[in-house]
Design a protein around this ligand. Structure first.
Ligand code: SF4
Length: 211
């Protein structure tokens, strides 16, 4: 039976989550609860949007220029089976690279996988950024939240040409919503100060939205 993925948000096509033109999926739910998590609204283990893996795969590559995927959250390894299926589906249609963030260490994932399908998902991942977010070790550099997180090249596909650890961070704010409610989404690992600023603006918008 095809798996569903509990999706918090999707972004089709960005230059802010790794090399190339990537699509990102953030899953809902994370058991780790790092203090000062940059995406606290995606921590609760609740149903957000249940999307069949095949539909999600098709949406992520709806833009023909997309050449990579980035999985984040929330905690992707809690939905490893569904995300592995998404990666396989996409790769049946297009040869993309895959970056995955996780708050678990690679060692923990191998010794005590937190969900079924972890080994399956790891076998699809080119670059794993692993470990919990530690705000005191956020140096404002690279495609990782804090310097304790390790960039693990599980294949050599993205081993050259992109500095995951020390490169400058870039992020964008996307404006979504509908006629009644405006929503902001931060795409990328934010440079220092950006997350707080966007969070404050979002809270103001929510107040004006009456939420
Ligand atoms: S692992 Fe990521 S999503 Fe989970 S609490 Fe930590 S920073 Fe937040």
């Amino acid at each position: 039976m095809a798996a569903n993925v509990n999706v918090a948000a999707i972004c089709v096509g960005t230059r802010n989550l790794g090399p190339g033109w990537r699509s990102a999926v953030w899953v809902q739910g994370c058991p780790l609860r790092c203090p000062e998590c940059l995406a606290p609204e995606w921590i609760p283990d609740r149903v957000a949007n249940l999307v069949p893996a095949g539909d999600l795969a098709a949406e992520l590559i709806a833009d023909p220029a997309v050449d990579g995927l980035t999985f984040s959250g929330g905690e992707p390894m809690m939905q490893a089976a569904g995300l592995a299926e998404v990666a396989r589906e996409v790769r049946r249609a297009r040869d993309v690279s895959l970056i995955c963030f996780t708050g678990f260490t690679l060692r923990r994932l191998k010794e005590r996988p937190p969900s079924a399908g972890v080994a399956d998902l790891l076998s699809e991942v080119d670059v794993l950024v692993d470990g919990p977010y530690l705000a005191v070790r956020n140096d404002g550099r690279g495609l990782r939240g804090s310097t304790n997180q390790q960039v693990r090249h599980l294949t050599d596909r993205l081993a050259e040409g992109f500095d995951f650890e020390h490169g400058p961070r870039t992020a964008e704010v996307r404006v979504g919503g509908d006629d009644e409610f405006v929503e902001l989404m931060l795409v990328g690992v934010p440079p220092h100060g950006m997350a707080a600023t966007v969070g404050e603006i979002s809270r103001r918008i929510e107040r004006e939205n009456g939420r």
